[in-house]
Design a protein around this ligand. Sequence first.
Ligand SMILES: [Zn+2]
Length: 83
Amino acid sequence: MKKIKCSDVGGPCDHAITAETKEEMMQKMWEHYEKTHPEDAEKVKAMPKEEVDKWTAMFNQKWDETPDLTQEEMEEERNVEII
Ligand SMILES: [Zn+2]
């Protein structure tokens, strides 16, 4: 499991998202975007393919660079979700 912040991938806030896979992260990040930053989400939808490819490459790199959460950090994540 990895944790990436909205701002780590060019987003406007520091909301952290955890996911098991890159696909799940992409999905959750997009849901967060549409819900929290609808205007930015519209901009993303209007981006030319070239820009989208650039963003995807940056996202992939960020995912690869981000270390897996430790057992302790995963426990903390669970506690946060319960609260
Ligand atoms: Zn955000």
